[in-house]
Design a protein around this ligand. Structure first.
Ligand SMILES: Cc1cc2nc3c(=O)[nH]c(=O)nc-3n(C[C@H](O)[C@H](O)[C@H](O)COP(=O)(O)OP(=O)(O)OC[C@H]3O[C@@H](n4cnc5c(N)ncnc54)[C@H](O)[C@@H]3O)c2cc1C
Length: 257
């Protein structure tokens, strides 16, 4: 059974829903830079923080989409990077980004060491419909590190709508302290720890033992799988999915590396 989800009055989708492959992007919205004001900063882990932005003319997004951020120095130097949107679409004119502090990183370094509420950046988006989840099909989500960011937008969207569409999240982190959004996970989530785990939880990489039981659930219409993380994780996780029987053309991959 595929549940058809209504659209809450506060949310105007930027694109048409229920397109099985690539979801169309509003080219005009994706090409226009807008000023975004940082309105809040929330620490998630020692190296990861969430930045809440006010973007009054934000056109809306689908869970899984990303945007471009542009920083300008006084001397005219410009740096721009892709960032996934962490928040669910909510029509409030605010969005949230969650950034890992990359060693020596220009843009993530600025956000983590300089940015304060009231500072402005430029944003353009949402960009790319390939990794978007419209909310209408069973979703099996596999993420590692900050690769969980676009997947969390999907989980939040699922919860906000009280959706009964099957959704499962497998998330990998080095240790409990490095698990992004740790306090937000519910029964949809299985966390895997690669270096140090809580008592009673095995340490190790994501494996067939994590993926196969979900594939065996066989939800109506099958899973759409979304994989996000480093290049290494994306390769590893997509191999696990294929080995467990997930069709290759129903695996969507976003690489942050
Ligand atoms: C579609 C997409 C979505 C993304 N979403 C997110 C997100 O939600 N959160 C997030 O934290 N990042 C995300 N990224 C990564 C982000 O775009 C930047 O690459 C990252 O923040 C580093 O930029 P920087 O300017 O800080 O580092 P740079 O100045 O570009 O790089 C500094 C050094 O770090 C290395 N490096 C660059 N990027 C990474 C990386 N991701 N991991 C490890 N080393 C790196 C470089 O090789 C270089 O040596 C996303 C990338 C893509 C393509």
């Amino acid at each position: 059974m595929t549940e058809t989800l209504g659209t809450p009055p506060s949310f105007t989708p930027p694109t048409r829903f229920a397109v099985p492959g690539r979801i169309a992007v509003d080219d005009q919205a994706a090409s226009e830079w807008q000023t975004a004001t940082i309105t809040g900063i929330r620490r998630e882990t020692p190296r990861v923080a969430t930045f809440r932005l006010s973007v009054p003319a934000w056109p809306g997004h689908l869970p899984g989409q990303h945007l471009m951020v542009r920083l300008r120095a006084h001397d005219g130097y410009v740096a721009q990077r892709h960032y996934s949107i962490a928040s669910a679409p909510d029509g409030t004119g605010h969005i949230e980004l969650t950034l890992d502090h990359v060693d020596g990183g220009e843009v993530s370094g600025w956000f983590h060491t300089v940015a304060e509420p009231g500072d402005t950046v430029e944003v353009r988006g949402p960009v790319s419909g390939f990794f978007a989840w419209p909310g209408d099909r069973p979703a099996l989500l596999l993420g590692a590190g900050s690769g969980v960011v676009p997947l969390m937008s999907m989980v939040r969207h699922h919860r906000a709508r009280g959706s009964r569409v099957p959704l499962r999240l497998l998330v990998s982190a080095r240790s409990p302290e490095e698990l992004v959004y740790a306090s937000e996970y519910g029964s949809e989530t299985t966390a895997v720890f690669t270096r140090r785990a809580p008592a009673g939880v095995p340490v190790g990489r994501m494996s067939a033992a994590h993926v196969a039981p979900h594939l065996a659930e066989r939800p109506p219409g099958g899973w759409e799988a979304y994989v996000c993380g480093s290049n290494g994780f994306a390769e590893h996780a997509s191999r696990l999915l294929v080995a467990a029987g997930q069709p290759v053309d129903r695996i969507r991959i976003e690489r942050f590396g």
